[in-house]
Write a protein that binds this ligand. Sequence first.
Ligand code: ADP
Length: 501
Amino acid sequence: MATALKIVPPEDKVTSFVSRTHQMLIHGKWTEAVSGKTFPTYNPATGEVLARVAEGDRADIDLAVKAARTAFDSGPWRKLTPSERGRMIWKLADLIEENLEELAELETLDNGKPLKIARAADVPLAVDLFRYMAGWATKIEGTTIPISVAYTPGVQYLAYTLREPVGVVGQIIPWNFPLLMAAWKLGPALATGCTVVLKPAEQTPLSCLRLGELIQEAGFPDGVVNIVPGYGETAGAALAAHPNVDKVAFTGSTEVGKLILQAAAGNLKKVSLELGGKSPNVVFADVDLDAAISGAASAIFFNHGQCCCAGSRLYVEDKIFDKVVEGVSEQARKINVGSGFDSSTDMGPLVSEEQLNRVCGYLESGFSEGAKAVVGGGRHGDKGYFVKPTVLVNTNEKMKVVREEIFGPVVTAIPFSDPDDLTVQANDTVYGLAAGIWTRDIKKAHRLAGQLRAGTVWINCYNIFDAALPFGGYKQSGWGREMGKDALEMYTEVKAVCSAM
Ligand code: ADP
């Protein structure tokens, strides 16, 4: 652990947390993996090992599911009133807020993102999500339904629906916003009264493990939230396939989303998926140019492009194409790439060596097919997993860099002249997560918003998230919605009760 002590920031709480033994949380107890194995988590700014974490596998998932099952079927959790449940979730939000600095630093260490972003976005959004969902705990209602049963003339009925928790939920989350993704998943599950087995991404388990401690401090009964760190192909796959799990909620790549779906088929568990994207960001010539340029830059470069909704296909009306490309490239040149702990850093490293190789591989493929980088185009430095913010031109709809999700700070800029043709091009993707529109013409904006096949459309803004606003995908970007009232539907079953009177 000497290395860990050397590379963590001078914040005592964080230092001591990182250098500790990292176990898994099962039925209220922190335990080693059944196998005794651990796996490393790396500091992406240096490539050095940050900490070792208990490596969950099928046997640990079994124990965690058993704990969640018991907590759901016979524990005190189901007997709590909705108000008590809501207060506990609110308490958790308070605790996250009290520990904001520590959690933000853990995010920066493990994921690489700038500390100022983790402080301003990741952690506060997680707090807000839990507060929003705390309010829902007391508002999960059914309806009364007047029915007319033709084959029982003269008999009257009282019919109503109940919305009940779906049961034990397996939640598998990615590494791009580790704490926030845990919040998106746990919030609706806890508000509706489900119990959970959460598997953080192997690249970024630390903030979730700290969250587990805060969950205990908030007073959630044992077994309501179990956290099993480990790899996707082992722990994740076992969770997705487990016969005693009622629902699996996954955020990650479309490729793995399809595997989750297959694994879930065994017991036909409910499935919600928030998957990849290749989102079009459309700039019309009548736009406020400065706003569109900085909006288009932040649409792709925020979180180093490691956002499923990143505005990675920039369509610009041909009259202003050169100006916008130059403007976005200028913004890219100004981005300070460096350690997330440096206050002047705007962009940290990518999360892992795998991700670095993947993004650089896409760049090479683009160049070999004729794309040109106006700015960026490769790795930044030779230590850590940094990539230069990149703007590609000379691309076409057949290239891999235009068709596939890169999940890095790489945007392809493409000119258009005909709005109808633009709509076809923008929708020419297997994904449908998000889209952006930049124009002063509100008619044009809302008409196009209606035509784009995407779960979120931002007009004259991008990457605007709120706990109340549903987020999720059309097409191969997923099933169901995160956040908002819509998320609750994914965690409840509807029971119809019909009583003869
Ligand atoms: P990425 O490719 O961006 O790392 P993934 O979709 O592979 O994203 O990972 C997202 C989450 O899914 C992580 O928690 C990972 O461990 C998990 N995962 C990966 N493969 C599987 C799998 N076969 N079954 C279940 N979970 C998986």
